[in-house]
Write a protein that binds this ligand. Structure first.
Ligand code: MGD
Ligand code: MGD
Ligand code: MO
Length: 765
């Protein structure tokens, strides 16, 4: 493993450990949370408890005494803050004034308490009653062409709310259901499905107890799914070998001190995680995996010549795979020179990694945004599947492919109908259940919704969670276009920047958080979500709601629906709000194979498994088999190298959850006190004539020639590959062109954005 150069900014400690406890206590103090919150944390991610609002990592059947991580605790404390963002606050501050506030300060105001309506004359949000809000939103939606509206979902909303929200859209007359998954793992939903027939991973938790090797591509476990470090640590301790490909040296994948282990905490004894760690060039994974495959095939040929035996699983390939010969021809033809250039890694390093792959009987492939957020991200997924198929590593215990999802229910929303693609929805069943004609034309995903907004075709946007305008690409153009919409409705827990960029009529509707008690006519309600490993869990909030004026997300969605749609005896919104069990019955009736006996299995320890056809080696892909694919390029970044052009990686820090900025301490990377940094390696710095501490601007270097710029960035030496730079998301989003997305799925390509550095920064952001 390369040591970080001494002159770079870096963090030498392990993930977890005392640093993570300090991280939690800092937020605890900052949020003025009450001691009773500890009780909520104790119930987090346990059967019968409430399921963390942070990441989608699975919840084990035998949880730790404290089954939460630094970032899960922060997310809970953030929701349970004692701070309140009240009508008085909005009376004191105009919307124009609030637009000047940093993201961190907006959310820091605390929980929204009242439904609010934007008043253009005073440029302020004013309180409004729920009944009036629903009435006006319903009337406006009725007056619009349904196809000119979009209903966005961020990946947190429960299965129950998501199901009814999607039903509302279809009853109203559109499939315009973009969601955060479109910026995230849509590459998986499309790219993985293309090759295995299944849009989700094939692994379950017990596979991590059995695997011999794990190959990691572009997923930052230590920050983004820290509870996953526990099974990883246990795997390493029993001899599993971990190989990581990531341009950034992420401490969580280097070493870990388990904060749940008193011995480890007191002795500060860390477990090394990755045996080999390769700082691949951003966009270099197709090339790197091609190198691995080349070496596996070469070793196979050698073994066969010597012993008439195969290293690859020929029986599996014969029975289960399609396209093998073409792939072998392509791998044999690929030149090592090109592989080394595109991956930034040496042949010797790639061969060492491939030897670990060959020597392991059972291998798991893991990936995250470092793979999905590229112009050819789908092809990288195809390559990783190629590698795994070579030795039959999909569809057997201890092996498989495991995309690590982001939001706590982002995978589940797609399962229950949040999709712009009508062919993914059981429309025949919906038709029978609710006696209507579901719209059959394709709706808009996130990028298409943005295009529609810019073109003036989208007139209304309802946002169930999220901070859409901040999270999407092309912020400059989007903020301007957003205000031209007729109606914008935001359903949220805390104030964010998207709530300040308003359509002609704008509502801000506050909802319950998942940790809060959701009391309805039949009593306190349970909601459900699906984790990254396809297990479904019930979640019960017990905390007193942040304000007596809050409604549940489900009540808000049905409240709007009722005022928008004509009566239909089969559509019983009030009954469903009164008892979420009835919504689960509808989910079961719509998806009987996945949700059998749904209401009886809510609290199965470890969740109940939805199942995966690919895990059973039933391939729903085009050929009826698992597909080997031939990549069209060895670089997933989608643009050529050019003098002065860098590949910009947009990073998440350890102190943020998406656009929610908890603070300015990226402890895991050693960056403290600011997010306005440009990370670059010292050699590149010298070549570009830059000095540490200098303030520069990044400008777009995309082919479309559009001027995009973000200034005020302090040059910070950091261990990174050549020809790339890194800076934080969402601050860098103005630099991402809307057209810069994965070819197959339209997931914005936020991990290789073409930029130049302008040394004389004369702008401010
Ligand atoms: N604390 C916290 N937890 C979170 C979130 C959060 O913001 N904060 N967000 C949630 C959400 S919605 C999501 S989707 C997930 C995201 O979790 P991840 O999938 O981990 O996403 P990122 O941190 O954006 O990027 C992952 C890694 O990809 C690496 N990378 C960048 N480019 C490349 C490349 O070309 N090749 C390779 N091999 N690696 C590359 C980056 O260095 C980074 O370490 O986390 C979820 N959990
Ligand atoms: N450049 C770049 N851009 C990216 C990414 C990247 O890596 N780089 N990552 C992309 C990814 S993976 C994602 S998922 C998106 C996500 O980006 P975001 O839209 O930021 O995601 P959220 O965390 O859902 O949104 C945060 C807001 O959700 C609201 N909220 C919190 N809890 C609740 C709740 O329980 N209910 C409701 N209704 N609202 C709630 C709060 O008001 C909060 O302000 O960003 C994408 N954009
Ligand atoms: Mo995400």
């Amino acid at each position: 493993m390369d040591k970080p150069e001494d002159e770079t900014v870096h963090y030498d400690g392990p993930a977890g450990g005392w640093g993570s406890l300090k991280g939690i206590s800092r937020i605890y103090a900052k949020e003025l949370a009450s001691p009773a919150v500890i009780e909520t944390l104790r119930r987090q991610n346990k059967p019968g408890g409430f399921m963390c609002v942070s990441c989608a990592w699975t919840k084990p059947a035998h949880p730790h005494p404290a089954e939460f991580c630094e970032n899960g605790a922060k997310a809970t404390l953030w929701e349970l803050t004692s701070r309140r963002c009240t009508p008085e606050f909005f009376d004191r501050h105009s919307v124009s004034e609030l637009k000047e506030w940093p993201d961190h300060d907006l959310e820091q105001e605390g929980r929204l308490t009242h439904p609010m309506r934007y008043d253009r004359a005073s440029d302020r949000y004013l309180p409004v009653s729920w009944a009036e809000a629903f009435r006006e939103i319903g009337a406006e939606l009725r007056a619009l062409d349904p196809k000119s509206t979009a209903f966005y979902t961020s990946g947190r909303a429960s299965l129950e709310t998501s199901y009814l929200y999607a039903l509302f859209a279809r009853l109203y007359g559109h499939n315009n259901l973009p969601d955060s998954s479109n910026m995230c793992h849509e590459t998986t939903s499309v790219g993985l499905k293309k090759v295995t027939g299944s849009p989700v991973g094939t692994c379950v938790l017990s596979d991590f107890d059995q695997c011999d090797a794990i190959f990691f591509f572009g997923q930052n476990t230590g920050s983004n799914s820290p509870r996953f470090l526990h099974p990883l640590q246990e795997a390493v301790k029993r001899g599993c070998r971990i190989v990581t490909f990531n341009p950034v040296q992420e401490p969580g994948l280097i070493k870990f001190v388990n904060p749940q282990s008193p011995t480890e905490m007191l002795t500060k004894k860390s477990t090394p995680i990755s045996e080999l760690y390769f700082q691949v060039r951003p966009g270099g994974d197709i090339a790197a995996i091609m190198g691995l495959c080349k070496h596996v095939l070469a070793r196979d040929a050698e073994l066969f010549a010597r012993d008439k035996r195969h290293l690859i699983d020929t029986a599996f390939i014969e029975q289960h795979c399609h396209g093998y010969d073409d792939f072998v021809a392509c791998a044999n033809a690929a030149s090592w020179e090109e592989i080394e250039r595109e991956s930034g890694l040496s042949r010797a390093d790639l061969e060492a990694a491939a030897d670990i792959y060959c020597d392991a009987e059972k291998v798991i492939g893991i990936y995250g945004m470092g793979v999905t957020q590229h112009v050819h991200g789908s092809q990288t997924i195809g390559m990783l599947v190629n590698l795994l198929l070579l030795r039959g590593n999909i569809g057997r215990e201890g092996a498989g492919i495991s995309p690590v999802r982001g939001h706590s229910n982002v995978q589940g929303q797609r399962t229950v109908g949040i999709s712009e693609k009508p062919e993914l929805v059981p429309n025949d069943r919906l038709k029978r259940l609710f006696d209507f004609e579901p719209p059959m034309d394709k709706g808009m995903n996130t990028v298409e919704a943005c295009e529609g907004i810019i073109a003036g075709k989208v007139k209304a946007f309802v946002s169930l969670g999220g901070n859409f305008v901040r999270a999407i690409p092309e912020r400059g153009k989007m903020e301007g276009a957003w205000t031209k919409m007729h109606l914008t409705v935001q359903i949220a827990t805390k104030l964010n920047r998207s709530h300040l960029i308003n359509g002609e009529i704008a509502y801000l509707l506050p909802c319950l958080g998942r940790s809060e008690e959701d009391m309805q006519a039949s009593g306190p309600q349970t909601v459900t979500m699906e984790d990254s490993l396809s297990c479904i869990h019930g979640s019960v909030g017990k905390r007193k709601p942040a304000s007596e004026h809050l409604l549940s997300e489900l009540a808000i969605v049905t409240g709007i629906a009722k005022e928008t749609l004509p009566p239909n005896p089969k559509v019983r919104w009030d009954e469903w709000v009164g008892d979420y069990g009835k919504v689960r019955d509808l989910i079961e009736a719509s998806y009987p194979d996945k949700f059998t006996d749904f209401n009886d299995r809510l609290f199965t320890p470890g969740g109940f498994y939805k199942g995966s056809k690919a895990r059973e080696r039933i391939w729903k892909a085009e050929s009826g088999k698992a597909e080997f694919t031939v990549p069209t390029t060895l670089s997933s970044c989608g643009f050529d190298d050019a003098p002065g052009r860098y590949r910009l990686i947009t990073l998440r820090s350890n102190d943020q959850f998406n656009t929610t900025i908890y603070g300015y301490s990226d402890r895991m990377r050693g960056i403290e006190g600011t997010r306005d940094v440009l990370l670059i390696n010292p050699d590149e710095m010298a070549r570009a004539g830059l000095a540490a501490g200098q303030v520069v601007a990044l400008v777009s270097d995309a082919e479309d020639g559009v001027h995009r710029e973000v200034g005020g960035l302090t040059v910070t030496p950091f261990s990174l590959p050549d020809r790339c730079v890194a800076a934080y998301y969402p601050e860098m989003n103005p630099l991402v062109p809307l057209s810069h997305h994965d070819k197959l799925s339209k997931t914005p390509a936020a991990k290789s954005v073409p930029v130049r550095i302008r040394a004389n920064d004369c702008s401010s952001r």
